[in-house]
Design a protein around this ligand. Sequence first.
Ligand SMILES: C[S@@+](CC[C@H](N)C(=O)[O-])C[C@H]1O[C@@H](n2cnc3c(N)ncnc32)[C@H](O)[C@@H]1O
Length: 443
Amino acid sequence: MGGRRRRRLPAEPVELDIERLSHEGRGIAQHDKRTAFIQGALPGERVTAQIKRQRRQQEDGQAIAIENPSADRVTPPCPHYGICGGCSLQHMDTEAQVRHKAETLADLLSHVGKVEPAEWLAPLTGPTEGYRRRARLGVKYVPRKGDRVLVGFRERFSPFIADIDSCHVLDERVSRLLPALAALIRDLSIPDRIAQIEVAAGDEDVGLVFRNLRALSPADRNALIDFAATHRLLAFEQPGNEQTVAPLGHAQMRLHYALPAFDLKLAFAPTDFTQINASINRKMVSQAIDLLNISEGDRVLDLFCGLGNFTLPAARHAAEVIGVEGAESLVERGRENAAANGIDNARFAAADLTQMTPTADWLGGPVDRVLLDPPRSGALEVLPGIAALGPERIVYVSCGPATLARDAGQLVHEHGYRLEKAGVMDMFPHTGHAEAMALFVKD
Ligand SMILES: C[S@@+](CC[C@H](N)C(=O)[O-])C[C@H]1O[C@@H](n2cnc3c(N)ncnc32)[C@H](O)[C@@H]1O
């Protein structure tokens, strides 16, 4: 036992008045001198909630009954909602979800960054179901329950895998296969040694990476190959780290997605980073390139460039684009994609951008435009380097609005940029995550 005393949770459900929504979409109420964060509750509602976790000043709970439903409340479209922890906002109208994400961005920019854009960008919206092209599906063998295998996401407030037979947000080509995947794994010789299945779907092909903790037998291998052939999938095994991913029964290591507005077809390996929502990604890339307002003679820097998702579209307009990325494998993919698309004005470099200086040798001269798309932790360490280069325009794409707000404050208050535009993109409908974009212009 650790030194921390366990608090006794209220055994009985409690009645709460929900005041507002937290940034990630939980209902906030006051209870017992603590702030309660209630999953499944909306502002203005009086709810009955079960408290699941308690800390000194905060408690987390789940709404189990609603007395006076909010006008934003809808019947969750997925039958597994509430048990499966994959989504957290299906009880809220999708337009209200987007409104909430836009309000959260405004709130963060104002309170964390102390900035306000001169103009708000209209939210970018797209499909709210079947949009998810990347996912890590948990796998659990449950011999007690009649030799069953569960394939899906974790339950809410629990380490167990939810018992689901479809997923409302997952690419339909994979969602409909969940029961068949569970049966496939149950019949392998090592049903308890498949840790997860990584989903990587392209426009035409769907890849499934089976993370096998023990070697597949020849019969297992054949079963996976047959399954892939029957369902027109690309199957991969992954016996160790990412470098061990290998195709099963085919030689193809690449999937593809297109960006038709730029006449591009991008290749990726099943474990490469790609944006989850293909439809929003197309709109997002187009908006970013519009905001960069690239002239023919411009040199553009694309930081955290991945496999070239923004680099190659920018190269269609610029004199030269430099894509910089930490993962060598993605840099390699960027070069591969430039060559495959006949692009010779994009260069790629591998670098840890937290160490970026304005004299980095990969820069090769001044830059006119910078695009950055960092991980959720943001780009604080990179900002002085960017500011020293003095680009006229900076487009910041973010999957963490809180760090975007923090970094926006720095660019505006420390580095002399103006926040010209900002807005959200509905990249992850029904979840508490938001994607955002901001345009900074040099004063
Ligand atoms: C949100 S992804 C964006 C990828 C790409 N822009 C796209 O749209 O597909 C963030 C990228 O930052 C890279 N990254 C994370 N930390 C980094 C660091 N310290 N230096 C360089 N790249 C980093 C990751 O490998 C990942 O490819």
